[in-house]
Design a protein around this ligand. Sequence first.
Ligand code: GLU
Length: 424
Amino acid sequence: MPFPSWGESQEGQSMLKEAVEQLDRAASLLGLDPNLADRLRYPKRALVVTVPVRMDDGRVVSFTGNRVHHNLTLGPGKGGIRYAPTVSLEETTALAMWMTWKCALMNIPFGGAKGGVCCDAPRMSRRELQALTRRYTSEIFMLIGPEKDIPAPDMYTNEQTMSWIMDTYSMQVGYSVPGVVTGKPVSVGGSLGRREATGVGLCNLVFASLLLIGLDPGKATAVVQGFGNVGSVAALELWKRKVRVIAVSDVDGGAYDPKGIDMEAMILHTEAGGKVSGFPGVKPVSNMELLEIPCDILVPAATAGQITKENASRIRCRILAEGANGPTTLEADEILQGKGVFIIPDILGNAGGVTASYFEWVQDTQKFFWDLPEIQRQLSRIMLRAFDEVLALSKEKGVSHRMAALMIGISRVAEAMRFRGLYP
Ligand code: GLU
């Protein structure tokens, strides 16, 4: 038997390299104190756990999981939990770092955290997933709590996963603690609008961008990669607002129809267990081909490292609206900028999720719940404010939208660190 690995993945290594490179470039543009910049390159703490699960066939499989706190200067840790085969300490650390900048950019009082378990969730039964979730929760119990670190959904985790985490934590302490996770169902203390918030928030920024570049939404076309909680909601929202959605994809491939695809019908099709590429009347395309379809709005909402220097020059969109975390490398970003693409970078574009998570946590803490219009109003207020700040800084300093977003997030964290000083 090989020695158990704590999770290494090629994807994770390139993501962490990318995240640190982003930090280094933004820090140098900001003229950040090198002592501070160096501290920000490392996570505050990282916990690696083994999650043994009795599978349906009777075997006990030991999965590897982790939870990383990148920086807690501005508040409790915040960030999702993913169940994916790419999960490694490097991947989680990169994602936790992006959460730090994302929360600071949105000006919400959270630090950056992330967690995950290396597994093939779609192939596991509901019982296996529940056992995995409960054991993982008890293994990271010492790190989480409403004032310490508040997990949320990410790839292959959802409202059900959050309910199991909330229940496991509550059973340990002996009373119900809804504020330990966000992205819960409304019936266990979740917030209205949370599930749709990432996709809807992204769509709001797409509309703000269309207005800025003078494109009529009714004449615009969109391509969406990924049909999970972010991609499917973004595609539906764009379609509802009269954008022609010409291609969408899931992990197994995509569907293309230049006349436009009915997103309500597509969602019914996938909810019934169908694959996106099996939708009637469409042309099947691969996930890589999909990215190169000419369109006005391209939404990568699947996974990291999709748009690289290899394919960036073949991408033909006016607006790149990033729903995934880390879908575009810095090299690709430069190529796209050279082509005049209007980029809504990930920590801005997909921040609707964590912003609505913040509302959920506030409501759980105050035990006072808001109505949907209030949530939608606050969500667009916070996101549009950040959007304006990013555009203004980008113009002022002559830097890309991505650099501007990073610079705002990083400088807020750095300023708070400077005031708080170095302990002891
Ligand atoms: N997983 C989401 C993200 O990457 C949401 C995190 C949260 O709500 O805490 O932003």
